[in-house]
Design a binder for this molecule. Structure first.
Ligand code: PSV
Ligand code: MN
Length: 427
């Protein structure tokens, strides 16, 4: 199914009066503080997050997976689902493919289908954390770090094939996440495993097209529980630096030990011009892959504060970031969950744009911690939703995407079209 412009226009017409009032009120409040609501609205509209091709079905845990019905059974249907999200929000204009979960049979046709939804192809993701049917060597004991050269070569080849697929689709970057690690002390020579990983990444990097980037994702644990080869941002930064200018660190919010100061990691990486991308999600304990902003919205705001500051004070020429939602949907309808995540990302961005940086700098210079907190929290506690609604309205999206999604009974229609028992590829 597709959502057409007239359905959106009808929905917006009903909400227009309320939106006009709320926006005008906020516009006046912001103007009093010397801020321009229209400018912020324009900045919000520019923030697009990629949707991963694996996030459109029910996610599972290792204990089970419960179908939600109407799941996309093919890449074409996944693109159509992202098309729905983008039509409703105009903030999901990109897809990130995971290969081999989603290999386009006919790249040109897939590209055309995506273009018909105004969707482009963001980073492609390689997968050497699972064995595929017919694969010669197993990744049970690692891939790019493996002690056996033949396994490493197979994994390198896979990454290059993924780049090849990405090239056909118009992607310009590859994200490498490795499950490589050890579950028991002594299982790995820690230094040897890191060295082999570096050598393998360099081999991939050597074949990277000039206008491509390589993002190196880190994660402290899982599926290995004693050591992960690329365990933290420092290791990723080291590897990216040794590979070269086209390699960057990728931060996945869920890939930190509890209470890690992620905003500080962002600040450090941007200071060095080495922050490549972001995987958004939220968590309470570990890599929980929950809806963005559902658990720690203040942390997300503080992260966006550093991102905005980093973009405005880009002394190290950090390139524009690749944004992606990397969440899993166990109990919610994935499309509803993603609409909420898209909203949370823009909310945090809008709040960060409201920070009075001049006043903050003064408070910092005076070592006035109380004032600094007031300045941050004043921005955080501003209800910025009229700005988000306005950005959607002006870009042809729905003022309230979730409400429209429900009133159009999208899931019910998808179940009717695709069936109750379809299962999407992914974890
Ligand atoms: C691993 O936990 C991860 O964050 C990587 O980005 C994977 O590509 C993705 O999740 C899906 O498993
Ligand atoms: Mn991730």
């Amino acid at each position: 199914m597709r959502i057409d412009a007239s359905q959106i226009a009808d929905h917006n017409k009903k909400l227009l009066g309320g939106q006009r009032e709320a926006y005008a009120f906020l516009q006046r409040q912001l103007a009093r503080k010397g801020m321009n609501a229209d400018k912020i609205t324009g900045q919000l509209a520019g923030l697009q997050a990629a949707i991963p091709s694996w996030a459109l079905g029910a996610g599972g845990t290792r204990f089970g997976r419960f179908s939600i019905g109407g799941e996309p059974g093919s890449l074409e249907q996944k693109i159509d689902d992202i098309g729905l999200l983008h039509a409703l929000t105009r903030s999901a204009g990109a897809v990130s493919l995971h290969i081999p979960w989603d290999i386009p049979g006919d790249a040109r046709a897939i590209k055309e289908r995506a273009a018909s939804h105004h969707i482009v192809f963001d980073a492609v993701n390689s997968n050497t954390f699972q064995d595929q049917p017919g694969q010669e060597h197993s990744y049970k004991f690692g891939s790019l770090c493996h002690t056996d050269e033949a396994v490493r070569e197979q994994a390198i080849r896979h990454n290059l094939e993924v780049v090849g697929t990405g090239k056909e689709l118009g992607s310009k970057s590859i994200t490498v996440w490795l499950a490589d690690g050890a579950s028991f002390p002594g299982q790995h020579n820690l230094r040897g495993a890191l060295q082999r990983t570096l050598d393998s990444l360099k081999a991939i990097y050597r074949h990277l097209p000039d206008d491509w980037r390589m993002y190196i994702e880190y994660k402290p644990y899982e599926p290995n529980f004693y050591s992960t080869v690329i365990q933290d941002w420092g290791t990723s930064y080291l590897l990216a630096t040794e590979c070269g200018d086209k390699a960057y660190t990728l931060v996945d919010l869920g890939h930190h030990l509890p209470n890690t100061n992620i905003e500080q990691i962002v600040a450090t990486l941007m200071m060095k011009g080495k922050l490549g991308g972001f995987h958004f999600n939220d968590s309470k304990y570990g890599d929980d892959d929950l809806t963005v902003g559902s658990i720690k919205p203040y942390q997300l705001f503080l992260i966006f504060n550093e991102l905005v500051y980093g973009m405005e004070n880009n002394t190290a020429n950090n390139p524009p970031l690749a944004w992606m939602i990397d969440a899993s949907h166990n109990v919610k309808d994935p499309l509803e969950d993603l609409i909420q995540s898209l909203e949370a990302i823009r909310l945090a961005y809008a709040q960060a744009l409201l920070i009075d940086n001049k006043a903050l700098e003064e408070a910092q210079a005076d070592n006035d911690a109380t004032r600094a907190q007031e300045i941050l929290q004043d921005a955080f506690r501003t209800d910025v939703r009229p700005l988000l609604r306005e950005a959607r309205l002006r870009s042809g999206a729905a003022i309230e995407p979730l409400a429209l999604y429900r009133s159009l009974e999208v899931r019910k229609k998808l179940v009717r079209e695709r069936g109750e028992k379809t299962v999407a590829t992914g974890l």
